[in-house]
Structure formats: structure tokens, C-alpha cells
Design a protein around this ligand. Structure first.
Ligand code: ZN
Ligand code: ZN
Ligand code: ZN
Length: 368
């Protein structure tokens, strides 16, 4: 049994408890999670329908059928042609299932979700969100997912080592040049595209946590925030380092970097099963507060990482999610001093039986 089929069977066994009869998933992360089909939503309706019992069915436009059949373990693939549209095929499937409660992909286009509601054969039928069933499953990564997340992190680490190896050669290039180099190295090490827009923030630009790399030149003494990620087999990486390529950084930088590094260490050390996400956030935040920079740590300590780069659980102040083995999230405290510089250090970690496994292992220091 493939991991995709295994997940589908588990999802089916959980539908009952959610008071639902079936899942209807448009192309996207949830659909990939169960089927292995990686596709984007388009104006042509495509659905994976998973009933509580029996086998799932794909309903796809004829021109996508071969690609879907090649990518998935799902055997029942029904097609529709442009001249007839999807509804005759879908209506007969919905008639067979006659769901009283149907769970729809959270990110299905509104026009499709409204149309699906109208086409439910039972007039008293209701709809809900697929995340009711898939959210708790996706939060706990299975072995196949962990292996892929490790591989994605290794690619990011290899690219980070290449960036550090630039040394003083990076001085005089622009943020955008450096971002292009990062992306070239990610691809060279086996990554596929970027998981999010590559962030290279030099000097004062580093004080904007989501700075878009621009034409600012990297100068001696600039702290440079590098936050980037790629994908391997649909799973992303996400890591950040703050380095100085040449010269002496501003006086306060050394201390701030030390504080952020300690905050990150403390937060990772706090990770173990049973601990709440809020306690991990506190571990990082208290170090930064004690150093007097509490108001400059303007975001949560981390976010879940899985098929989505940002997913549950959030590592946020007051967060009540209890950590359990198999959860994966980033630990990324930062301090941002407007008009001066920013420092962020980020690794993705996995909750293990007795602590945390860091997926990113490159040097966290600012010196090359
Ligand atoms: Zn972010
Ligand atoms: Zn990041
Ligand atoms: Zn992140």
C-alpha cells in the first residue's frame, strides 16, 4: 500500500466520527496528500471524492485523465468533456453516494463549492471543511513525509553552505543577485523551485521580516538575513541565517545575534511531547525580553511546516496545542531594529519521542 492510499484509508475511518459521509477535494495539498496528484485548480472542475466506505473516485476533465491516472493509486477515474461540462458525471456520482454531510477542501474555489451544494441530491444535506478530518492527520507527519522533509532541509542546507562559501565575493553584489544565486544552488542540489519568495535583506532591509530582495548592494559590515526554501517531492524547506560577508558589523549586532541565537537554542530545547506551543514561544521570547528587545520580536516563534510552508501548529504566545511526536514546525525568533538591521535564525524541527530533531544543521553563527 502506498503512503497515499494508507492516508486515504485512515481518513475514511475518521469520517464517521466527524459525522460526514464523504470528502470532496479540488486539486491542492489535501488532494495530493491522499492521491499523489499534484495539480493546480483551474476553471475546469476536478475533484477527488472519498466516501466513508469503498473506493475513492476522481472526476477529471478528459484532457487531464492520463496525467491523473499516471500519478495516482486511485483506480476509478471518471472523465468529462468540455461540451457536456462536469455536472452530468458528478451528479451520477453524488446520486450513488447521496451524502447527508459532505466535507469540502478548505481552499476550493467558492464557485465550485456553491455549485456542489446545489447539486447534492439530499435537500437537507450539509457541507463542512475537509480540515475537520485532514487537519489533525496532516499535523502528525508519517515516515514518508518526514523522510521527504529531511531531504528538502538537506537541499536548503547545501545551498546555505554554498552561500557562506562566497565569503567576501558577495560584497558588491545586490540582494537580487544573491537571491538568484541561492535559487540556482537550490536547484543544483535537487530542489524544485522556491517554496516562497527568497528573502535577502541587507543592512537596514533585514529589519523588515518579509523584505523582498531588491537592488540594494551588499556592503562590508552589512548583516544579511537569508531566508529561503525549495521543495522536494512537494514538501518544502524553510530556514534562515543572518551572516556578515565582510568587515565589522554595527556594534549592537553582535549582542543581538547572540541573544537571538540563545533564544532559538532555548526554544528548541523546550520542545518535547506534551509541552504546549505557547511554552516553546515563551522559551524564545523570554530570552529576548530579558535582553530588552521584546518589542522588537514582532512575530510568532514559528509555524507548522508540511505540504504547506505555513500550516498548523503555530508556535505563538499563549498557543495551547500540545506537542506530539511527528509534529514539524519552524523555530525562528528574530529581532528587528528599524533603519539599522535585523537578525533571524530559523530551523525546522520535528518533535520526537523525547525531544526535538533539527532538520537544518548548518552553522548558526554570523561569521563565515
Ligand atoms: Zn514568514
Ligand atoms: Zn523562513
Ligand atoms: Zn518560516
Amino acid at each position: 500500500m502506498t503512503p497515499f492510499e494508507r492516508r486515504t484509508r485512515r481518513a475514511q475511518s475518521r469520517l464517521d466520527a466527524a459525522g460526514a459521509d464523504a470528502l470532496a477535494l479540488s486539486p491542492g495539498r489535501d488532494c495530493y496528500y491522499l492521491s499523489g496528484v499534484e495539480a493546480e485548480q483551474s476553471d475546469r472542475l476536478q475533484l477527488l471524492v472519498v466516501p466513508a466506505e469503498g473506493d475513492p473516485t476522481f472526476v477529471v476533465p478528459t484532457l487531464e485523465a492520463d496525467a491523473v491516472r499516471t500519478a495516482t493509486w486511485v483506480e476509478d477515474v471518471r472523465t468529462w468533456n468540455d461540451d457536456e461540462g462536469p455536472w452530468p458525471t458528478l451528479e451520477s456520482l453524488l446520486e450513488e453516494l447521496s451524502p447527508s454531510r459532505l466535507l469540502l477542501a478548505d481552499r476550493m474555489w467558492t464557485r465550485f463549492s456553491l455549485a456542489l451544494r446545489e447539486h447534492l441530491p439530499d435537500p437537507d444535506a450539509s457541507v463542512g471543511l475537509a480540515s475537520e478530518v485532514l487537519g489533525p492527520m496532516r499535523r502528525l507527519k508519517d515516515d514518508a513525509e518526514l523522510e521527504t522533509l529531511r531531504a528538502a532541509a538537506d537541499v536548503a542546507d547545501a545551498a546555505m553552505r554554498d552561500v557562506r562559501a562566497l565569503g567576501t565575493d558577495a560584497v558588491g553584489t545586490t540582494e537580487a543577485d544573491l537571491a538568484a544565486y541561492v535559487e540556482e544552488r537550490l536547484a543544483a542540489h535537487g530542489g524544485s523551485g522556491v517554496a516562497f519568495e527568497t528573502i535577502v535583506g541587507a543592512g537596514a532591509n533585514g529589519a523588515d521580516p518579509h523584505h523582498a530582495s531588491g537592488d540594494r548592494e551588499i556592503r562590508p559590515g552589512d548583516p544579511v538575513v537569508l531566508d529561503f526554501g525549495t521543495r522536494v517531492d512537494a514538501y518544502p524547506s524553510d530556514q534562515t541565517r543572518t551572516v556578515v560577508f565582510d568587515g565589522d558589523p554595527p556594534g549592537a549586532f553582535r549582542r543581538v545575534h547572540e541573544v537571538v541565537r540563545k533564544a532559538q537554542e532555548r526554544a528548541v530545547a523546550a520542545v518535547e511531547p506534551g509541552v504546549r506551543t505557547g511554552a516553546v514561544d515563551r522559551a524564545a521570547r523570554s530570552v529576548i525580553e530579558d535582553a530588552g528587545y521584546g518589542e522588537r520580536f514582532v512575530h510568532r516563534t514559528g509555524h507548522g511546516v508540511g505540504l504547506d510552508v505555513h500550516e498548523e501548529p503555530n508556535v505563538v504566545a499563549g498557543g495551547e496545542t500540545e506537542l506530539a511526536p511527528g509534529m514539524v514546525f519552524s523555530v525562528e525568533p528574530g529581532v528587528y531594529l528599524p533603519d539599522r538591521f535585523g537578525v533571524r535564525i530559523e530551523d525546522v524541527v520535528v518533535v520526537t519521542e523525547d525531544g526535538a530533531e533539527r532538520l537544518n544543521r548548518t552553522d548558526r553563527g554570523w561569521r563565515l
